[in-house]
Ligand binder design. Structure first.
Ligand code: NAD
Length: 489
């Protein structure tokens, strides 16, 4: 699949050999180059915008049932190609093949979910102060969407934007991360297989600072749907030269609170899954754990044992591994930097702290799941997003203290609580200043409930009905009626 997609752009329903410079894409498990992509030129960006604008005229006017059928076909096409698409993702991102398959199937699920939502775009009739007026509130698609996405979930993070936008009647130009462009191009291939009309879905590859920024500044793009770092999100917000709708799904620094009443085994299982899955490269990864002092020693001992059981491997050769390679040297170096900072400031290494040994790991970006204890908020592991397989642990004495520490961050994406005391659950979850709170589980996002961050974690929602509303404008049509001349019989 990769060789077919290399150096191509998908514009107006056709594949074009890109005319800009070439960027290599690496397999992070081996360091080998799997292919090159083309950096879209200003002419190609204009062509994609023109195609999306032209397609918007007909796509937005299509009966919603037809858009629904198209999304259903897209979901079916993706599910049918799960093996090839997952392999493409593992080769460029590093996650184990079985996990990549799961992500592709969730992309298909997003298509099917929004296929159903597409037929439920309705409005309201609002009473006026007099009977001769009526207010209709209708919803209309915003227009052309520029979707700019990161590399950690290369399929799902495109899917939530693509499916909600298409359901609403928008057209889209996708600019994937430089590290994981082939998954996005593979999605375009599926759009082609599903006979989505030309221009409705377009994919441009290239550097964020050039291609992404050009999309942000382009007068022909009506909305930017961005997922990525808070720094780039802020830059996008500040550099929009015209008023544009924005949704920004940004970074996190997510806490887990484990109270004295928690089911300890369940808390450990959740902590390991959400700290280390995808090598911690998840915006909703648990970065910091606050555990009640009375259970700290037992919690750490169990957490260490569970972390050391995780199997790390090359995601293609070990499809069932728990963890693959990290996506690039950058998050790996940041993980090492945060670890060194914590240890220098007095944290204790509980487990991990180095790369796994052996030839199989010699050329890729691997690191062992790492836990540090005795942490303070002066340490980067507790105050910044690591985006790697490192978690910091700190003991607390009272629930109020745990909540205060959990909220002591500029971020507000997801938070987690383990407690068997329902009064405690209610008290804590009401006070956590986060868009998502998961209690006695660590899966903070589901397809049919809104998902979004607060504070520096962003604005807007994905998933659920709310995710589709982000692509719609409200229009108020206020009509005055005259009494008709009706002859009474
Ligand atoms: P990033 O911000 O570096 O890049 C994201 C995308 O923005 C890429 O496609 C990149 O090319 C593009 N980009 C870079 N500079 C740009 C510019 N000036 N204008 C327009 N586009 C530009 O993020 P990343 O390193 O790819 O991803 C990791 C980050 O994403 C983490 O902070 C993580 O928390 C966040 N994230 C958030 C969510 C969420 O739902 N809130 C989900 C996943 C990842």
């Amino acid at each position: 699949m990769i060789s077919e997609l290399a150096e191509k752009l998908f514009i107006d329903g056709s594949w074009r050999q890109g005319e800009g410079g070439r960027i290599p894409v690496e397999n992070p498990a081996t360091g080998g180059i799997i292919g090159h992509i083309a950096a879209a030129t200003p002419v190609e960006i204009d062509a994609a915008v023109a195609a999306a604008r032209k397609a918007f005229k007909s796509w937005s006017r299509l009966p919603s049932v037809e858009r629904s059928k198209a999304l259903k076909r897209l979901g079916d096409a993706i599910a049918a190609e799960v093996d090839g698409m997952a392999r493409t993702m593992t080769l460029e991102q590093g996650k184990p093949l079985n996990e990549a398959k799961g992500e592709i199937l969730k992309l298909a699920e997003a298509c099917h979910f929004y296929a159903e939502e597409a037929v439920r775009i309705h409005g309201e009739i609002i009473p006026n102060t007099t009977n001769d007026h009526e207010s209709l509130v209708v919803r209309e698609p915003i227009g052309v969407v520029g979707a700019i996405t990161p590399w950690n979930y290369p399929a799902e993070l495109i899917g939530w934007k693509l499916c909600a936008a298409l359901a609403a009647g928008c057209t889209i130009i996708i600019k994937p991360a430089e590290l994981t462009p082939f998954t996005a191009l593979a999605i375009a291939r599926m759009a082609e297989n599903a006979q989505i009309p030309p221009g409705v879905v377009n994919v441009l590859t290239g550097p964020g600072s050039k291609v992404g920024q050009a999309m942000v500044e382009h007068p022909g793009i009506d909305k930017i749907a961005f997922t990525g770092s808070s720094a780039v999100g802020l830059r996008i917000q500040q550099s929009c030269p015209t008023i544009k709708r924005l949704s920004l799904e940004l970074g996190g620094n997510c806490p887990l609170i484990v109270t004295a009443s928690a089911n300890l085994d369940a808390a450990v299982k959740g902590a390991v899954r959400r700290s280390f899955r995808n090598m911690g490269q998840i915006c909703i990864a648990i970065n910091r754990i606050y555990v009640h002092r009375s259970i700290e020693a037992e919690f750490l001992q169990k957490l260490r044992a569970a972390a050391e059981k995780l199997v790390i491997g090359n995601g293609i050769e070990r499809p069932d591994a728990d963890l693959g390679a990290m996506a690039s040297a950058e998050p790996l170096n940041k993980t090492k930097e945060h670890l060194a900072d914590a240890l220098a400031k007095g944290a204790r290494l509980v487990t991990g702290g180095s790369a796994p040994e052996g030839e199989a790991f010699a050329h890729g970006h691997f690191f062992r799941p790492t836990v540090v204890a005795g942490c303070t908020h002066a340490m980067k592991v507790m105050s910044e997003e690591t985006f790697g397989p490192l978690v910091g642990v700190m003991a607390f004495d009272g629930v109020a203290e745990a909540i205060e520490r959990a909220n002591d961050t500029p971020y507000g994406l997801a938070s987690y609580v383990y407690s068997k005391d329902m009064d405690e659950v209610r008290y804590i979850s009401a006070r956590l200043d986060y868009g998502n709170v998961a209690v006695n589980n660590v899966d903070a996002g589901i397809m049919n409930a809104p998902y979004g961050g607060r504070k520096q974690s962003g604005v807007g929602y994905e998933h659920g009905r709310e995710g589709m509303l982000e692509y719609l404008n409200f229009k108020h049509i206020r009509i005055r009626y005259d009494e008709p001349k009706v002859t009474e019989r």
